[in-house]
Design a protein around this ligand. Structure first.
Ligand code: NAD
Length: 273
């Protein structure tokens, strides 16, 4: 089933699999994708203010007919809105668009220097007020987390980072594990770039699975929550069929060895937006 759950450090259960909706267009496109995903058994949706599709996600949630408490909805505060008061305002705007009273997970999208600690205070306020069930960060390296933890009252429950076999993130994952911070993968499929890799293909053939399914299963084997994106029904279904097989230790090792410390997205140390 696609409703297997990770348990966050505050006891909240978060599905191992979710639908990512970056670049899904607001309106019919994102709405259909979310509805098809929920029909396929997904219970978690990952959006962000900066994806400009929270309204479509919200209307899909209402149309899905699935009880609100069964769903796990994530959104993120964008860089321009970082700081205490502005993050609180951004949260209200996102909630209005989503049409929700309580959010499941609110993330600081990027570690904006000089601001992310104040942003975090706003998330702590929202959490203590019961407006969000879990709070976390995204694109935080070990140094960002160390800085945050110096003053944080509440430890992040999640760190959402770029993760795939070309970017193994070993030190960061180890640090998060020690701190009880659940790692979540973005760009888990490298948007398909890694599908043609012979090692990925060989493992896929051995299991009668697709490269996408192998990459997502590899996330699960590493205890990393994963949120592949697709707006195509057949792929949405395909990406959910990852709980009926396991990779061997040898296969996991072979995939790990593909690491090149290669990023498709911006580097959290040097991003400038
Ligand atoms: P992804 O690795 O999930 O790739 C998605 C693309 O891969 C699709 O658009 C499609 O072209 C292709 N694809 C998907 N399933 C396929 C299949 N079964 N067969 C063949 N091709 C397939 O990339 P992503 O969308 O960048 O990442 C996933 C999610 O992570 C995003 O939608 C978003 O929610 C989140 N994200 C977060 C951040 C962040 O800074 N926190 C950054 C990027 C993405």
């Amino acid at each position: 089933a696609s409703t297997a759950y990770a348990t966050l450090n505050n006891g909240v259960k978060m599905p191992w699999l979710g639908l990512g909706v970056y670049k899904a267009e607001d309106g019919a496109e994102v709405e259909q994708a979310v509805i098809k995903a929920i029909e396929a058994g997904y219970r978690s949706i990952d959006t962000a203010a900066v994806y400009y599709n929270e309204e479509g996600v919200g209307s899909a949630i209402k149309k899905s007919g699935v009880a609100r408490e069964e769903l796990f909805i994530t959104t993120k505060v964008w860089n321009d809105d970082q700081g205490y008061e502005s993050a609180l305002r951004a949260f209200d705007q996102s909630m209005n668009k989503l049409g929700l009273d309580v959010l499941d997970l609110y993330l600081v999208h990027w570690p904006v220097e000089g601001k992310f600690k104040d942003t975090w205070k706003a998330l702590e306020t929202l959490y203590k007020a019961g407006k969000v069930r879990a709070i976390g960060v995204s694109n935080f390296n070990v140094t960002h987390l160390e800085e945050l933890l110096k003053t944080a009252e509440i430890k992040p429950m999640v760190n959402q980072i770029e993760f795939h076999p070309y970017l193994l993130q070993e030190d960061l994952r180890k640090y998060c594990k020690e701190q009880g911070i659940q790692v979540e993968a973005w760009r888990p499929l490298t948007k398909g770039d890694i599908f043609s890799n012979p090692t990925v293909q060989e493992i896929a053939n051995a299991h009668n699975k697709t490269p996408a399914q192998v990459l997502l299963r590899w996330n699960i084997e590493h205890e990393v929550v994963t949120i592949p994106k697709s707006v195509t029904e057949s792929r949405i279904i395909e990406n959910s069929q990852i709980f009926d097989f396991e990779l061997t230790q040898e296969e996991i090792r072979k995939l790990d060895e593909l690491n090149e410390d290669k990023r498709y997205g911006p580097d959290p140390e040097t991003f400038d937006f």
